[in-house]
Design a protein around this ligand. Structure first.
Ligand code: ZN
Length: 72
């Protein structure tokens, strides 16, 4: 079962209405995500996931492949 990395968050891939997202591979983007999500960059692994509850439409945009990126 996949789980959200954010401390205190109990969302999993089985949670109703929740989607899980990979962190960006780009280091700069990753650092922005980490600070927005209050997650330590060093805790982020290749397969780490963050759930959709931490995103706001105003902060992130959907890409055609279905992932989220930060709107800069
Ligand atoms: Zn979460």
């Amino acid at each position: 079962m996949s789980k959200c990395l954010v401390a205190g968050c109990r969302s999993t891939n089985r949670s109703e209405g929740i989607t899980l997202h990979r962190f960006p591979k780009d280091k700069t983007e990753l650092e922005v995500w980490s600070s927005n999500l209050n997650v330590n960059v060093s805790a982020v692994r290749d397969r780490s996931l963050v759930c959709s509850t931490h995103f706001r439409e105003s902060d992130f945009v959907h890409t055609p492949n279905g992932s989220y990126i930060l709107a800069t």
